[in-house]
Design a protein around this ligand. Structure first.
Ligand code: URA
Length: 246
């Protein structure tokens, strides 16, 4: 199977309509708009935002994922513990090459204690399937382990208090790539206010281990703007090349 055939297969799995252009490129369309991903104009990559410096804290020594999960389950470091139903530690292969990081649990995740179980989660599963994997073969986590009331954006203090848990997860899982899902995830991981559109199309590096990080759209945004699925696919492809050492 050549690259174009593989590309078309992956796009179909993400629920993106595909047809071939006369010039040989592949055009993909969501419900609202069409985006040319090959053989069309490309946007020059933005200047790198710089590596996010994440010095390891003394309390971040790796233990085991089960122990970190236990610590998360009784965490009271911020006020979100007062309104949560369950903590959402994350799920997947503890030795995964891929770590997907969302923003924070929503209503369904809070009820079930699992990340990305709602409609956005179904689309994330399709994105993972488009990469030839199942949810169990990657690790899925969030910047925050507890749901902010009414799904408001995480507060800086909440992100700061929760960050050591993410660092511990990273130190134990040692993924080959991090995929930051959405603006809040990308900006808080990279410690920047740069818009998501400018964080895409480049490889960042996260933390002391300098794990390659790719920023892409949040699946919930893709549900609202399916025309951006092709761009998200480009991001996933870039991440895949990192994992495969290409
Ligand atoms: N959105 C997120 O960012 N994370 C989840 O777990 C669910 C929805």
């Amino acid at each position: 199977m050549n690259r174009r055939e593989r590309q078309r297969g992956l796009l179909r799995k993400m629920g993106v309509d595909v047809w071939t252009l006369r010039g040989g490129g592949v055009e993909v369309a969501g419900a609202e708009q069409a985006v040319q991903v090959e053989g069309g104009e490309s946007t020059p990559p933005e200047a790198p935002v710089g590596d996010a410096a994440q010095p390891a804290q003394p309390d971040e020594s790796p233990q085991s994922l089960a122990r970190v999960e236990q610590a998360v389950s009784v965490c009271r470091k911020c006020e979100l513990h007062q309104t949560r139903t369950n903590t959402v530690f994350g799920c997947g292969d503890p030795e995964a090459n891929w770590l997907f990081i969302g923003e924070a649990p929503g209503h369904n995740e809070d009820l079930q204690g699992q990340p990305f179980v709602g409609r956005a989660g179904k689309l994330l599963d399709m994105m993972i399937a488009a990469l030839g994997m199942k949810r169990e073969q990657v690790f899925i986590a969030n910047v925050l382990k507890c749901r902010p009331p009414d799904n408001r954006d995480p507060l800086p203090g909440e992100i700061e208090q929760c960050e050591p848990y993410l660092h511990q997860q990273l130190a134990l899982i040692k993924p080959k790539v991090i995929v930051a899902l959405g603006r809040v995830s990308a900006q808080s991981l990279l410690k920047t206010t740069t818009p998501l559109g400018k964080l895409r199309n480049q490889t960042h590096h996260y933390g002391n281990q300098k794990i390659p990080l790719i920023a892409t759209y949040h699946p919930a945004y893709l549900l609202r703007s399916p025309g951006q699925k092709a761009a998200a696919w480009e991001d996933l492809w870039q991440a895949r090349e990192i994992v495969e050492g290409l």
